[in-house]
Design a protein around this ligand. Structure first.
Ligand code: F6P
Length: 339
């Protein structure tokens, strides 16, 4: 049996741990041969491959990024894209695919599975917004990085009696903001799921400053003021139709300074949250996902995604994972507001 492996979408700490687990178990337990597709679905579209075996995955467990490369290529947005995908799989003698990705990459996998392609999905994203799994790998690392950064910003904000706005990733889901905001004791945490009241932000800053505190506001990049609009980097979109965000932190800091007279600064954590070595939790989760994904391939159980439910790894229909985003519930958000 020959299995293709690809990593698509924004990269994420733990991708290499999945690739390593898939390949090692595939070769050593099942005698599977592998081919690596470069840069996500682009490699399958253009038949761009790399050798993938036990030698290639040696030492990559703690390595950030992905040895296969990644892109946000959408074969369904390309003329004749699906035909090119199936032609490549035929030409490469690929019997099954392991697709490691988020909503977009696995959305493509879902549609290809419906067309009869033998595919198993593995959920990745620092955003933790994929349905049907309690956690995606990469999220824990991103929260850890954001929390450490916010802790550091606390001390400099306090020294200068400033308000500090920290913008974290999260286009449609505020999971990183929610977890890092609570872990670092932020004065306010603003998420995309719940438009924020600017007057309340101003009030909280005023109260904190009057009490001799330097408030930290954690804001997800997709958060928007009630009655306002999402702040965009520019008007461009990727092949899945996503706009580029970033700017809400800078905007909010300027508003705080203008309305309160308190000196305010903003920090955009950006891709720092995605780079570097995965935490032990993410290595553990990614490795388990990899082992279970190749088990599913071996069992001929296709059109599924491996998922974490409690402490168990289970298989769920791909469509269940990609149907709707997993967003922060009002109940969970109430917890961080009430801390
Ligand atoms: O992969 C998810 C993510 O990191 C989002 O949190 C963020 O909005 C987006 O990717 C950034 O994408 P890019 O790396 O293409 O700028």
């Amino acid at each position: 049996m020959r299995v293709g492996v690809l990593t698509g979408g924004g990269d994420c700490p733990g991708l290499n741990a999945v690739i390593r687990a898939v390949v090692r178990r595939g070769v050593q337990t099942y005698g599977v041969g592998f081919v690596g597709f470069r840069d996500g679905w682009r490699g399958v579209l253009d038949d761009q491959t790399m050798v993938l075996g036990v030698d290639q995955v040696q030492g990559i467990l703690p390595l950030g990024g992905t040895i296969l490369g990644s892109s946000r290529t959408n074969p369904f947005a390309v003329d004749g894209g699906v035909e090119r995908v199936t032609a490549t799989l035929r030409a490469e003698g690929v019997d099954a695919l392991v697709a490691i990705g988020g909503e977009d990459t696995l959305g493509v996998a879902t549609r290809l599975a419906e067309d009869g392609v033998a595919v198993v999905g593995v959920p990745k994203t620092i955003d933790n917004d994929l349905s049907a799994t309690d956690f995606t790998f990469g999220f824990d690392t991103a929260v850890e990085i954001a929390t450490e950064a916010i802790d550091r910003l606390h001390t400099t904000a306090q020294s200068h009696h400033r308000a500090l706005v920290v913008e974290v990733m999260g286009r449609h889901a505020g999971w990183i903001a929610l977890h890092a905001g609570m872990a670092s004791g932020a004065a306010l945490t603003l998420i995309p799921e719940q438009p924020f009241d600017l007057d309340r932000v101003i009030q909280v800053v005023d109260d904190r400053v009057s009490g001799g505190r330097a408030p930290i506001i954690v804001v997800a990049e997709g958060a928007e003021p009630a009655g306002g609009e999402m702040v965009l980097k520019d008007a461009s979109t990727d092949s899945f139709g996503h706009v580029r965000l970033s700017g809400v932190g800078e905007w909010l800091a300027a508003e705080i300074e203008r309305q309160t007279g308190v000196e305010a600064r903003s920090t955009v954590l950006g891709h720092v949250q995605r780079g570097g070595t995965p935490t032990a939790f993410d290595r553990w989760l990614a490795t388990r996902f990899g082992l279970h994904a190749i088990d599913a391939v071996h069992d001929g159980d296709f059109g599924v995604m491996v998922a974490l439910r409690g402490t168990q790894i289970v298989r769920v229909p791909l469509a269940e994972a990609t149907g709707a985003l997993k967003t922060v519930t009002p109940e969970l958000y109430a917890e961080v507001l009430g801390q």
